[in-house]
Design a protein around this ligand. Structure first.
Ligand code: FAD
Ligand code: FES
Length: 238
């Protein structure tokens, strides 16, 4: 896989363990990434981390990420001027859609941020533990305002979990639902969707990605290779 050296422009702590990394690629990517594609972000000497594009335009890329382990921790310590590298975009784009309904948990919002650049109209719910995260991210990506927020600490939007509010959604049979977030939440939403007549229930999935080339098989999920055919796959896989 080919990697493009990229200079860190900023790496801002948005709230708690959540950061936005902004990089400028030092040469052009061969292909412009489109939602919900991702890249392997190489932190020299530490790790390769799959991250979804939150934004891309003319060599300026943004990634929204949560620090969960050693790789993301060391990424969070990169400073403006440091050089990292990002791979060419991985996976299939999925943008020929109209008015999707997003049901998103936590850092699963990352690919939705990039969708806001391409979609005229969308709706849905974003579930967060802490309302402050939603507040901080909406300030930076104002189109997110369209989503209802459910915060577990009851400080922003609805009080409670996203799954507490599913039955309040008025879905019809033309609706395309895109689910993204922690596996447990995805499973619950997909199982709820089974009883609904929607056009389709799809997941922007995450799993273990190693080669990113469709060669090692580590990313198989629901019978498909996430890095080659995903990251959008059917709810049936969950
Ligand atoms: C296609 C794809 C796109 C992704 N896009 C994003 C993105 O845009 N933003 C983002 O924040 N993350 C994203 N992720 C998840 C991200 O790649 C992982 O969080 C990261 O690789 C963890 O690396 P680490 O070395 O910090 O932690 P590790 O040491 O690998 O893991 C530390 C611990 O955290 C757990 N863990 C791993 N991933 C997650 C997670 N996502 N949430 C909670 N716990 C986790 C592990 O099971 C382990 O217990 C994406 C993953 C994939 C496959
Ligand atoms: S990560 Fe190796 S096949 Fe997908």
């Amino acid at each position: 896989m080919s990697y493009v050296p990229s200079k860190v422009l900023s790496n801002e702590q948005v709230y708690g363990n959540y950061y936005i990394l902004v990089v400028r690629t030092l040469r052009k990517l061969r292909k412009t990434p489109l939602p919900p594609q991702f890249s392997m972000v190489w932190v020299p000497g530490v790790d390769l981390i799959p991250l979804s594009y939150a934004y891309y335009e003319n060599g300026l890329a943004k990634f929204f990420y949560k620090v969960v382990g050693e790789g993301t921790k060391s990424l969070s310590l990169r400073k403006p001027g440091d050089v990292i590298a990002i791979s060419e975009p991985i996976g299939q784009s999925f943008i020929e859609i109209e008015k999707p309904v997003f049901l998103v948990g936590g850092s699963g919002i990352a690919p939705v941020l990039y969708y806001t650049k391409y979609l005229e109209s969308f709706s849905g719910i974003w579930g967060v533990k802490h309302g402050e995260l939603a507040e901080a991210l909406i300030t930076r990506f104002p189109k997110l305002k369209v989503l209802a927020v459910a915060s577990e600490d009851c400080t922003f939007g609805f009080c409670g979990k996203l799954t507490d509010y599913l039955d309040k959604l008025n879905l019809n049979s033309n609706e395309l639902v895109l689910v993204s977030g922690p596996t447990e939440m995805v499973k619950r939403v997909c199982s709820w969707l089974k009883g609904r007549s929607v056009k389709s229930g799809l997941v922007i999935a995450e799993t273990l990605v190693k080669c990113g080339l469709g060669a090692c098989g580590s990313c198989v999920i629901g019978g498909v290779l996430l890095c080659r055919d995903g990251p959008v796959i059917g709810c049936e896989a969950f």
